[in-house]
Write a protein that binds this ligand. Structure first.
Ligand code: AMP
Length: 200
């Protein structure tokens, strides 16, 4: 679907907390509204807490479609959102990530904590191996992700990453520009054919 025209579904990874700055929540709500306005379905972790709930609620309130994917074990902890267009309850964190990846044409990380980092980096490592050719992007707010982008650059300069693999991670502050960058993205790593995600 990444044909430079439009995306059907985009997965958003983000914090299960709000963070200390109001700008984080505002960015999550803005992204939810933008996806709704573009007719792009939001795929996310299915929770009703923190930025996760904020992006979903804003998308729904603007008339958008939202699919949540949540492990049974987190239904209580992350308060499974009951107002979504679709909520898939799965058996594990691994199934959740694989399912979100399968459903989506691209990935955006908003500010978040360890869970958000983990989800972002798993999509990047799959892209690095050519298991998918979908765009992976950081929507930066208040320079939250500047140290992470610097760490990726350091991975290249210290010889742990191929220079072209730093292009796997798109990075921007404006959601509309980021969507345009994602639409124009061409994977630098040739896609491999794999039978299923279980091989990863
Ligand atoms: P956080 O950024 O830590 O607030 O978490 C954001 C989301 O990532 C939540 O839905 C968490 O359940 C999820 N998450 C936390 N740890 C992991 C993990 N190891 N693998 C995948 N997702 C995770």
């Amino acid at each position: 679907m990444n044909d430079g025209v439009t995306f059907r579904r985009i997965c958003v990874f983000c914090g299960s907390r709000f963070g200390v700055r109001p700008a984080y929540r505002e960015a999550a709500e803005g992204l939810g509204r933008l996806l709704a306005a573009r007719g792009i379905e939001l795929v996310y972790g299915g929770g009703n807490v923190g930025l996760m709930g904020a992006v979903a609620d804003a998308c729904l309130a603007a008339g958008g479609a939202v699919t949540g994917v949540i492990p049974q074990a987190l239904m209580e902890w992350e308060v499974g959102h009951t107002g979504l267009s679709r909520l898939e309850v799965v058996d594990s964190m691994h199934t959740r990530k694989a399912r979100m990846a399968e459903l989506s044409d691209g990935f955006i990380a908003l500010p978040g904590g360890l869970g958000t980092f983990e989800e972002l980096f798993e999509m990047l490592t799959w892209a690095q191996l050519g298991f998918h050719g979908k765009p992976v992007a950081l929507l930066d707010v208040e320079d939250y992700y500047a140290p992470l982008a610097a760490m990726v650059a350091r991975g290249v300069s210290e010889g742990f990453m191929r220079p072209e693999n730093s292009r796997l991670l798109l990075h921007g502050r404006d959601a509309e520009t980021l969507l345009a960058d994602m639409a124009a993205y061409r994977a630098p790593v040739p896609a491999r054919r794999i039978r299923d995600q279980a091989q990863l």
